[in-house]
Every structure is written in structure tokens, then in C-alpha cells.
Design a protein around this ligand. Structure first.
Ligand SMILES: [Zn+2]
Length: 67
């Protein structure tokens, strides 16, 4: 009811994936800009990157069936 009562993190913001504290609407899902930066740096440094699987095509077992 009271719009001034916004000092508590809203539940809809969820938990900060970095430190586990309740997130804020401003930086959701993070609790602060710092944690948002940490997440961003993880992205930039490739921590979240999907490992590139280079299909080595080593399937010569199935080709030589001369027996
Ligand atoms: Zn945090």
C-alpha cells in the first residue's frame, strides 16, 4: 500500500545468483551493481560459454567392415 515501503527487496526479484542475497528490482536478479558486474565479467571472460565441441569425426570403426 505504502509506496515508500520499498526499502525491502521484492520477492519477485528472486535471489542474487552471485551471492545469494535477495535481489533488488534495480539490478535484478542481482542484489547490487557489484554482483551484476561480477556476472557480466563471467560472461565476458567466457565462464558461461558453452564448450565448443569440435566433432573430431573419428568414426572409422564403422567404415572398415571387410571381415
Ligand atoms: Zn549479490
Amino acid at each position: 500500500m505504502d509506496p515508500a515501503n520499498e526499502n525491502k527487496p521484492l520477492a519477485s526479484a528472486g535471489k542474487c545468483p552471485i551471492c545469494g542475497k535477495p535481489g533488488t528490482m534495480e539490478y535484478k536478479p542481482f542484489c547490487s551493481k557489484r554482483c551484476a558486474d561480477v556476472d557480466l565479467n563471467r560472461w565476458l571472460s567466457g565462464t558461461y560459454a558453452i564448450p565448443a565441441v569440435d566433432d573430431p569425426e573419428d568414426r572409422d570403426d564403422a567404415t572398415e567392415e571387410s571381415q
